[in-house]
Design a protein around this ligand. Structure first.
Ligand SMILES: Nc1ncnc2c1ncn2[C@@H]1O[C@H](COP(=O)(O)OP(=O)(O)OP(=O)(O)O)[C@@H](O)[C@H]1O
Length: 277
């Protein structure tokens, strides 16, 4: 791990999330175990790791949607109003058939602040309008969400996250599989939120995206590494998390290797047809 235990933390003033020995169980199994890390305001933190490594589970735990089975998660210097953490689900998890408009989805982001039965004020509607504009979906405000393309729908979900106006913004695979325009718009907004002093935590399968983050958490059911991308995205840590499926191309560039893991045994098992000795 990059953080040396006992080393002084030079940036503790801006630390907003501190995990100590955090563990989460799902279906009677440990999904995450023994995680300790600190995340700072004004950063983008990318959570990476193979399928099932606990990325979404970590976001759920930070959002308070899953109980901790061990350890602590301290929210430092946050208002404590219950509106501290905005969570944008993976697009695929959102039900496609709900009859609900784009504006209604984004407006739902305000209910965390006002409560579902409190009337919204002019200022709430202004925040919703600004979020629609920033994700370039204002012209779609009256449309049904189920009529949108995947990229448009994801932008609407991120707009809902912005409308929550929380110091911590959690985004589960915000740009996975999207068209380039939607990716660019969302990545731009993520950078703006970071610059505005929020802690933005994203999950991604794209190591190139992770390389542009300020901080990377590499998971494999445990914390394999935590630190700046140049310290985390190195072959030793990546091999520890992803195993034999990764091959290194140069120092920090890595690629998923689709070849069989024991390619050298391939010839014996599958001799070339028509091969004569
Ligand atoms: N709703 C659930 N109920 C029970 N177990 C779950 C649930 N969701 C995930 N798990 C389990 O928790 C572990 C971590 O899963 P999680 O979804 O957090 O991984 P992930 O890194 O986000 O994976 P992916 O890259 O596939 O999205 C896995 O073993 C998974 O089977």
């Amino acid at each position: 791990m990059t953080n040396v235990p006992g080393a002084p933390s030079s940036t503790s003033a801006a630390t907003v999330l501190v995990a100590r020995d955090l563990g989460v169980r799902r279906s009677d199994r440990w999904a995450l175990r023994g995680l300790s890390f600190e995340l700072r305001a004004g950063t983008v933190t990318a959570v990476i790791g193979p399928n099932g490594s606990g990325k979404s589970t970590l976001l759920h735990a930070i959002a308070g949607l899953l109980p901790l089975a061990s350890g602590q998660l301290e929210r430092r210097g946050l208002p404590g109003s219950g509106a501290e953490v905005a969570y944008v689900l993976q697009g695929a998890e959102v039900r496609e058939h709900l009859p609900i408009s784009v504006r209604e989805v984004v407006t739902m982001g305000r209910y965390g602040r006002r409560g579902p039965f409190r009337p919204l004020r002019a200022e709430d509607h202004a925040v919703v309008d600004a979020a629609l504009e920033r994700l370039e979906v204002a012209d779609l405000a009256g449309r049904q969400v189920r009529e949108l393309s995947g990229g448009q729908r994801q932008r609407v979900l991120v707009a809902q996250g912005l409308a929550q106006d929380a110091p911590v913004l959690l985004l589960d695979e915000p740009v996975t599989g999207l068209d380039v325009v939607s990716q660019r718009i969302i990545l731009e907004v993520i950078g703006q939120e970071r610059d505005a002093g929020r802690l933005v935590v994203t999950t991604t399968h794209d190591l190139g995206d992770a390389a542009h983050a300020d901080h990377v958490l590499l998971l494999a059911g445990r914390l394999v590494a935590s630190g700046p991308p140049e310290d985390v995205l190195v072959s030793t840590h990546l091999a520890a998390a992803y195993g034999q499926r990764l091959i290194a191309l140069g120092d920090n560039v890595l690629m998923l290797d689709d070849a069989p893991h024991h390619a050298d045994e391939g010839e014996a098992v599958h001799p070339h047809p028509g091969h004569h000795h």
